[in-house]
Write a protein that binds this ligand. Structure first.
Ligand code: GCW
Length: 741
């Protein structure tokens, strides 16, 4: 559900959760000592190694040889030099000789020095190879890739190994990206607010313009590059047309420039009706803050068109002209994201055209420049008649896009949210992943915790994303996991990959909580290699962010790895979705808000039973959108997993789960357990007092104390609601039987 106004500035009578938490944090921070860490470095702290740990790197080369002088290669050299300086207090001397040197360069260039150096497999774009070897008999460490970005990723990987004290005696690490597309989306508005952003105002925009100071944008690009992210969409998918105004493009070019040293390409979200929205009006509108100025005739923008019909030749010409203009300013522009006919956005339906028509008209303008269109499959009718039990929002993406399979140009990627509803604490995988055999697809994951605690609650999402990416869609009854589908492997698609909605902001620690960057890190790591285990990713992030103290590592890893299940326990039982205030801030508990409206996040709870019947036999038939083998998993009550029962079935409160509990008792117990577990985070964290810097220790302690209170609020709200509705008692006597009449 899109918000009609910038979410970040919502004013409430009772102090909002953010206000309460901010107040508690202020107190905590005021008493912290000097060795403060703001979290700004996130996982790139490059903390000095102690002598013991540093010993294993004593034979490291002391010089650096850079083959090439591109911006990205120079950045790679700078990053390696400063990283080793910080961690090993070692200064690398530039040299032109590979002897005792780190040799950085593309494979083509490195092989001019070492023709026999051959990787075990051909390197894909952005892949890298780290190799301790001898060139002309002299020991050296080669950091190479097929392109400059690969070399930079190799440098970050080597520094990460050192920062985690990894043993790299015989270094020979070749890594290929799992998918070509690894993008971040930001939902930043041009006024500086961020839709569903919980980490402060935009790092890109302010007062309708790009920020004068884009240092933070450059620092963000460095963070993204360090986990293999190769492009970033900087503005809200609910896109303001102004972003395409001629005088706005040079401002975008400044952001692209800040990104370029890190190999991060700029992308923007565009409004499909832009051809009718921008142009002449420009003479007045966007210069509000500076008042009308004479515009030289040459630059006077064309009249806005009267149509944005994608099949109208003048509209095609408009997009070609507009994209050519963008590429004149930003030669490495990555492409655009389009949200159309969704939550009130303009779209092809205005002219009876298809989503393929809409995507292709923009794709054809991008094609000559190598640009890509991400067309979002998040298209649904938010005025559904909730009284009709056959209506089902979950069916929308498949119903809208499956029939268009094969009609999208090859530089169009359909961007599909992991679940069929909207980033709930638990959803099944979207059936559309298996519904497009002749269309590029990408998975959209949400790093910003819109429905998972908004960075006020700890919720490490990597285990959730792993479940989604490993889910086997059984296309033609073959092993076809989502990760292979979106990477383009299974169906041999030229394009595919990952898009993560991050919404970092100006807060020093990027996302509001020092622990939340684990999700940004984790998204990057999974997009690079979805076969990595959640435990591996959590451990890497913890060591890079907090150091190697065994108790710190064990404690933070456990907190992160358990956090999703704990949050689910007190917010969204059995696949019912996050029982939050869906017509409000998507944060507070408000189960009633889901019902009796057109938004379609229904859970159909009444006095007798609860859950959405999505079966083929008696329900909305949503399950029929899956391949037959997956239908068999969800359709029969006997097969349906407990944690998705209420997403697929409408069952009595007394229904017995596979776990042996009844639905009602599970709801009571899971909420008590979740609140208890959240309280347990406090005592676990207190063991780390004095083992990490005071500032982050106190900040995070305050957050856990706040989260425990909120979890209790959730428990009370949901248990009271279900007790009122069902009238059924809690077997442990915490809630009495209720007279339902
Ligand atoms: O998750 C919902 C959000 C909206 C968002 C929309 C979308 C940007 O509540 O804020 O709009 O989905 O993904 O387009």
């Amino acid at each position: 559900m899109t918000s009609q106004r910038p979410v970040a500035v919502a004013i409430t009578t009772s102090p909002s959760p953010s206000f309460v938490l901010a107040a508690i944090l202020c107190v905590a921070l005021l008493s912290s000592t000097a060795s403060a860490e703001t979290g700004a470095k996130a996982w790139l702290r490059y903390a000095p190694l102690d002598t013991q740990a540093a010993k294993q790197y004593k034979d490291f080369p002391s010089r650096i040889l850079l083959l090439g002088d591109s911006l990205v290669l120079k950045t790679a050299r700078q990053e390696l030099t400063s990283g080793l300086q910080q961690m090993l207090v070692r200064t690398l001397e530039p040299t032109s000789n590979p002897k005792d040197a780190f040799v950085l360069g593309t494979l083509k260039n490195v092989r001019t020095l070492a023709p026999s150096l051959q990787p075990s497999q051909p390197l894909k774009a952005d892949a890298f190879w780290l190799r301790a070897t001898r060139i002309r008999g002299a020991p050296c460490i080669v950091i190479t890739g097929i392109n400059d970005r690969g070399v930079l990723y190799g440098v970050f990987t080597l520094l990460s190994k050192i920062a985690r004290h990894e043993n790299i005696a015989s270094l020979d690490d070749l890594q290929q990206p799992y998918a070509p597309i690894r993008w971040i989306n930001q939902w930043d508005n041009l006024d500086g607010s961020i839709e569903r952003g919980y980490g402060g105002p935009s790092i890109f925009f302010e007062a309708g313009k790009a920020r004068a100071d884009l240092t933070r944008a450059a620092q963000y690009a460095r963070l993204l590059a360090s986990v293999g992210i190769n492009a970033c969409t900087v503005n809200n998918v609910n896109a303001a047309p102004q972003v395409l105004e001629d005088d706005f493009i040079p401002q975008l070019a400044r952001i692209a420039e800040a990104f370029r040293p890190w190999g991060v390409q700029l992308s923007i979200s565009v409004d499909l009706s832009s051809p009718t929205k921008i142009g002449k009006a420009h003479v007045g509108a966007t210069r509000v803050e500076t008042g009308p100025q004479p515009v030289p005739p040459a630059r006077r923008a064309a009249e806005p068109l009267t149509t944005f019909d994608p099949l109208d030749p003048q509209v095609a010409a408009w997009w070609r002209k507009k994209l050519d203009e963008i590429y004149r300013h930003i030669p490495d522009f990555a492409g655009v994201v389009i949200k159309a006919d969704s939550e009130g956005r303009s779209g092809p339906s205005a002219y009876g055209r298809t989503h393929a028509d809409a995507a292709n008209v923009v794709a054809r303008a991008l094609k000559p420049h190598g640009g890509i269109v991400f067309y979002r499959a998040f298209v649904y009718n938010h005025h559904l008649d909730w009284r009709n039990l056959k209506n089902d929002r979950a069916k929308a993406a498949y119903d809208n896009f499956h029939p268009l399979d094969g009609q999208f140009d090859d530089n169009v990627i359909v961007q599909i949210k992991n679940g069929p509803i909207d980033f709930q604490v638990r959803e099944p995988v979207s059936p559309l992943f298996a519904g497009l055999h002749h269309t590029n697809e990408a998975i959209e994951l949400q790093i910003t915790q819109e429905y998972t605690g908004q960075q006020k609650h700890l919720c490490f999402l990597v285990p959730m994303w792993k479940e989604v990416l490993d889910f086997d869609m059984r296309i033609d009854d073959q092993h076809t996991p989502v990760k292979e589908l979106v990477s383009g492997r299974t169906l041999h698609r030229p394009q595919g990959g990952f898009a993560g909605v991050a919404n970092v902001g100006m807060d020093a620690n990027w996302l509001g909580s020092p622990l939340a960057t684990a999700n940004l890190y984790g998204f990057g790591r999974l997009a690079w290699n979805p076969n990595l285990a959640s435990e591996t990713i959590a451990d890497e992030w913890t060591r890079l962010t907090f150091g190697a103290d065994p108790l710190v590592v064990e404690t933070v890893n456990n907190l992160q790895l358990n956090s999703w299940r704990v949050y689910e326990n007190y917010t969204g039982p059995l696949g019912a979705g996050t029982l939050t205030n869906i017509t409000g801030n998507h944060y507070d508990p408000a189960p009633e808000s889901s019902e009796n409206n057109g938004w379609g996040q229904w859970h159909r709870a009444d006095h007798e039973a609860i859950g959405m019947d999505r079966t083929i036999a008696t329900g909305t038939g949503f399950i029929a959108q899956y391949p037959p083998a997956v239908q068999k998993l969800y359709e029969p009550l006997a097969n349906c997993p407990d944690n998705l029962l209420l997403f697929f079935h409408h069952v009595p409160y007394t229904h017995t789960l596979h776990s042996g509990e009844t639905v009602i008792q599970h709801i009571y117990d899971s909420h008590y357990l979740g609140a208890e577990q959240a309280k347990g985070f406090i005592s676990a964290w207190k063991k780390l007092d004095g083992r990490i810097d005071e500032e982050r220790y106190r900040d995070i302690l305050a957050r856990f104390e706040f989260q425990a209170l909120e979890a209790e609020k959730w428990r009370e709200t949901i248990c009271n609601w279900i007790n009122q509705l069902s009238g059924l008692p809690d077997q442990r006597g915490r809630f009495p039987a209720k007279d339902r009449n």
